[in-house]
Design a protein around this ligand. Structure first.
Ligand code: NAG
Ligand code: NAG
Ligand code: NAG
Length: 147
């Protein structure tokens, strides 16, 4: 019983500690081959929480954007450490980190998904936890922006 309660409270605090994708925003237009910023926010981090890593992945989802189980494999744009910081010039943002990533050349125009997988630990015993967040954005062909 006690351990169920502990797990439930850990789950509740992990939920409040989820990562959020602030950029790109839903529907934001990115050109194939262009650099864009992926801005990842954390709510107030508990002192017992230790950031580990994020993997930022883009997937062209064609006409199955509403069916994640039909998405093909994504392309990894960043895979490495995550160390969100407080920025004194932008205090309203809280803890965040900007990643400058490039959408590969020739990326298909239309809707794509940016997915962020996040691994971290909570508690003195460093229980491993994971969250997964997505945002849908739009890709244009820079040579044919009407597309
Ligand atoms: C993004 O693409 C969707 C689906 O094609 C479309 O409905 C929407 O208007 C587009 N949004 C923008 C900002 O271009
Ligand atoms: C991400 O980085 C970790 C640690 O370096 C590595 O083990 C893993 O294979 C990488 N994954 C991808 C998809 O690149
Ligand atoms: C902090 O925020 C300012 C204003 O938005 C920005 O110009 C600066 O690059 C940010 N610093 C870091 C380290 O992200």
């Amino acid at each position: 019983m006690k351990s169920i309660f502990l797990l439930a409270s850990l789950a509740a605090c992990a939920l409040a500690q989820r990562l959020h994708i602030a950029e790109p925003t839903t529907g934001q237009v990115v050109g194939a081959g262009q650099y864009f910023t992926a801005e990842l926010h954390m709510d107030n981090t508990l002192s017992s929480m230790s950031q580990k890593s994020v993997t930022i992945v883009a997937t062209a989802c064609y006409d199955v954007c509403d069916s994640p189980d039909q998405w093909g494999p994504g392309t990894v744009l960043y895979n490495g450490s995550f160390a969100p910081q407080y920025n004194a010039s932008a205090p309203q943002k809280g803890l965040y980190q900007d990643f400058r990533v490039q959408l590969p050349e020739g990326w298909p125009a239309g809707e794509s998904v940016l997915a962020v997988a996040h691994q971290f630990t909570v508690g003195a015993s460093e229980i491993p936890v994971f969250d997964y967040t997505t945002v849908h954005f739009n890709v244009t062909d820079p040579e044919n922006p009407g597309n």
